[in-house]
Design a protein. Structure first.
Length: 479
């Protein structure tokens, strides 16, 4: 099965400068391809003489190297080629309906460069006394553009990959890649078929319902609770206080000055701390659940976190005056939801449980906090407080979150036995370089396929746009 690795690396100041240049050049090629695509689509829409001409969906990048961009020649050509390949791969995701069209990559936030095997090498380090391989040296660069040995800290075993990413975020560098560990991974369909062999009581005994909340990020139907440690809560509050202070200082300083850059880096560092703590909570929680031998099925509520964290809509009365809409309270709730690591915990548990031969499913979330886990009675009065639950029918008393988790577990068992939990086959789109034909053009361009078009709404607006039904289109020279 495929397993990912993400290690801290420590480039020297000279190496960091070169890597930042590689990141910028690869981002430039990617954004240039995005701009070219947007130009062709708008030109074909507004020029009647060129109706039916489509943007070339290819991996060409040489026409971006002009006298206006001499700095593109200072980096290896593979860096530029990989930027075009990443754009082509993003467009392939769009054709497979896995996302929208490629958009511009911004300069702020996490930045990364994709390196293929021509740009790096893992050289084994051999112990002279025993002759065993104790580690690897990561050599970056080519003969013409050398970077040197990049120091990194590997906290677990790995196999040298065919490609890797070097990223920087808030001053921290990481090297990440994936590889096959040689273990077989059962599919969700196989695990579902195996779980259906049990009856309802047996399946319920090996099922864990998980309720996600704001006060308590995750509660299990067996009484388990997963939340931040007191020291983490204290440090998060302190980091948030420092972040706001440095944001105010940044706003008062001249944009682009050295002090403004210093304040921006401080803000990014404090934001990174909160993200690291939430990621750690999600990893630790998912590891504890996935390795628990008592459970084979994990059930979550089907929560649409993106819809739940939308801004409050403005409201007006009949005279057009603005009314109070609770925007401040809604913003606080949105921030608390996003800080609870709901999505990360579920995503991490999905792949970790799959490796253990276990299954993660979702059930509808309606009335789960008002339904009694003992008798099934539903009434809004059952939830007497944030953490209290008292059934008005049978008198069952429990913690509100644990009762909701029990309800979720029952729903998951019934849904699985009813045959409604079969996971759909997920579409994938891997990074792959296109082979160039003998004449130097794309294979699809040589065949000149019949082009078809249809009207679709552009993302971010209602303006219709035309797109080709074939992923490979012949290159078009602007007139």
């Amino acid at each position: 099965m495929q397993i990912g690795h993400r290690f801290r690396c420590y480039p020297t100041p000279a190496q960091a400068q070169i890597l930042l240049q590689w990141i910028g050049c690869q981002r430039f090629i990617y954004n240039a391809k995005v701009g070219e695509d947007r130009y062709f689509r708008r030109f074909a829409r507004k020029s009647l003489a060129h109706t039916g001409q489509f943007a070339p969906i290819d991996q060409q990048y040489s026409h971006f190297k002009t006298e206006l961009t001499p700095w593109l020649s200072e980096v290896p050509s593979q860096i530029l080629r990989n930027g075009a390949v990443l754009w082509k791969q993003a467009y392939s995701r769009y054709f497979r309906k896995l996302g929208g069209r490629p958009t511009m990559h911004k300069k702020h936030g996490r930045q990364a460069v994709w390196l293929t095997s021509e740009l790096f090498e893992f050289k084994p380090v051999v112990d002279r006394a025993t002759g065993e391989i104790t580690g690897h040296q990561l050599c970056i660069g080519t003969r013409k553009h050398p970077v040197g040995v990049l120091a990194f800290k590997a906290h677990r075993a790995y196999q040298p990959p065919a490609s890797l990413h070097i990223s920087i975020h808030a001053g921290q560098w990481h090297v990440s890649f994936n590889g096959d560990d040689g273990l077989m991974e059962p599919s969700d369909k196989e695990t579902t078929a195996w779980l259906r062999q049990f009856d309802a009581p047996e399946l319920l005994a090996m099922t864990l319902g998980l309720d996600r909340g704001v006060a308590l990020p995750l509660a299990g139907s067996d009484g388990q609770q997963f939340s931040f440690l007191p020291v983490q809560v204290q440090r998060l509050a302190a980091q948030e206080k420092h972040r706001k202070r440095w944001q105010k200082r940044q706003a008062r300083r001249t944009r682009g000055s050295s002090n403004w850059v210093k304040a921006r880096r401080k803000v990014a560092r404090y934001q990174r701390y909160g993200a690291d703590v939430r990621r750690e909570l999600a990893h630790q929680t998912s590891h504890v659940l996935a390795t628990d031998t008592r459970y084979k099925l994990f059930v979550f509520e089907a929560l649409k976190v993106k819809n739940m964290t939308q801004k409050a809509k403005p409201q007006q009365d009949a005279q057009g005056r603005w009314l109070r809409n609770g925007a401040a309270a809604k913003s606080g709730l949105n921030k608390a939801i996003l800080a609870s690591a709901w999505g990360q915990t579920k995503v991490f548990l999905q792949y970790k449980a799959r490796r253990q031969g276990k299954l993660v499913i979702e059930v509808p979330a309606f009335y789960s906090s008002q339904e009694c886990g003992a008798c099934g009675h539903i009434h809004q009065g059952n939830r007497v407080s944030q953490s209290g639950f008292v059934c008005q029918s049978c008198g069952h008393t429990a913690h509100a979150d644990h009762n909701a988790a029990s309800v979720i577990a029952w729903r998951g068992v019934r849904q699985l036995l009813a045959g409604k939990s079969a996971e759909k086959e997920k579409k994938t789109c891997r990074i792959a370089r296109q082979k160039v034909g003998a004449e130097g053009s794309e294979p699809g361009a040589q065949m000149h396929p019949t082009l078809g078009e249809t009207g679709v709404s552009r993302r971010g607006g209602n303006t219709p746009a035309h797109w080709s039904l074939t992923q490979e289109t012949p290159a078009i020279t602007p007139v």
